[in-house]
Ligand binder design. Structure first.
Ligand code: NAD
Length: 278
């Protein structure tokens, strides 16, 4: 029996899929029947995902790709299209919260603006540019950009009177959402749906970095482990009171990639336990 989000026969291209949210999206799309074409900076990091997908008898193709480099993405996309003849689903997921050493700094620096813009905005543009020609020629495609609810609304005022969010990260995610809006308009006539999923808070390396930063800069958290800090930051902020997981994000991506979502385009969907009610 087919499920409502059956993806059998679809080829799904996901960036930054070696761990965290990207891995969770890949696992769900594979479970729903999609063939995976996944990449990350180093394909050697895919050991876990490759094994679990192959053990389940599903297909997977891996690439070492830097999304900030157009040639690097194009080489991988060309290889996938040579092998499977198409890409049905494109999920630009690779993202960074700041530049190297972010967790050890109290304030953001120029390199944080450059790295978040390079990966979270230009990397998304490069990824969509690499697949859109093939989707246009087939008049079919689903693009689901992984943004953030932080890209939709700024955080509240913290100590020192400034917003508590990471400005470069949140601005980059707002730009990714606006790019999604524009592409939904541009590609609608080719039967290509373009949407975004806005995760809330998940325990991945990004939130581990943020929790370590809180531990080092806020004396209230001196006796907490980074994970306990993470849970504290969720209580009182999310009506559902608990974090999301990569599989929760994957299930929303699966829906937006399926025929059930054929009339949805240009939307940014929060998967954030009810935080930020917009
Ligand atoms: N974790 C959260 O709470 C959260 C919340 C909202 C949005 N997001 C977004 O979800 C996405 C995934 O984040 P995550 O939490 O899984 O983080 P993560 O750090 O666990 O995974 C990000 C992946 O992207 C890859 N990557 C980074 N730069 C790259 C580049 N130049 N080229 C190719 N791959 C690159 C990394 O190697 C890594 O595997 C990001 O876009 C992030 O901004 C995360």
């Amino acid at each position: 029996m087919t499920t409502s989000t059956d993806l059998h026969g679809k080829v799904a291209f996901i960036t930054g899929a070696a761990r965290g949210i990207g891995q969770g999206i890949a696992e769900i799309l594979s479970e729903r029947g999609a063939i995976l074409a996944v990449c990350d900076l180093d394909k050697k990091d895919f050991l876990n995902l490759e094994k679990s997908v192959s053990d389940n008898g599903k297909e997977i193709i891996l690439g070492s790709v830097d999304v900030t480099n157009q040639d690097s993405i194009k080489t991988f996309v060309d290889k996938v299209i040579d092998q499977y003849g198409k890409i049905d689903i494109c999920v630009p997921n690779a993202g960074v919260i700041g530049s190297k050493g972010f967790e050890n700094r109290k304030n953001f620096i120029d390199e944080d603006w450059e790295s978040t813009w390079g990966v979270n905005v230009k990397g998304v543009v490069n990824t969509v540019e690499a697949v859109k020609g093939d989707m246009i020629s087939k008049e079919s495609g689903k693009i689901v950009i992984i943004a953030s609810h932080g890209g939709r609304k700024p955080r509240g005022v913290g100590e020192k009177g400034r917003g508590t969010g990471q400005h470069p990260y949140m601005v980059s995610k707002a730009a990714a959402i606006q790019y999604m809006h524009q592409m939904a308009i541009d590609l609608g006539r080719y039967n290509i749906n373009v949407n975004a999923v806005c995760p809330g808070r998940l325990w991945t390396s990004i939130w581990e970095s943020i929790a370590i930063n809180h531990k080092e800069t806020n004396p209230d958290y001196a006796d907490y482990s980074p994970y306990e800090i993470f849970l504290e930051l969720i209580k009182g902020y999310m009506p559902l009171g608990r974090p999301q997981t990569p599989h929760h994000i994957g299930k929303t991506v699966a829906f937006l990639s399926s025929d059930d979502a054929s009339k949805i385009t240009g939307q940014a969907i929060n998967v954030n336990g009810g935080a930020i009610l917009n």
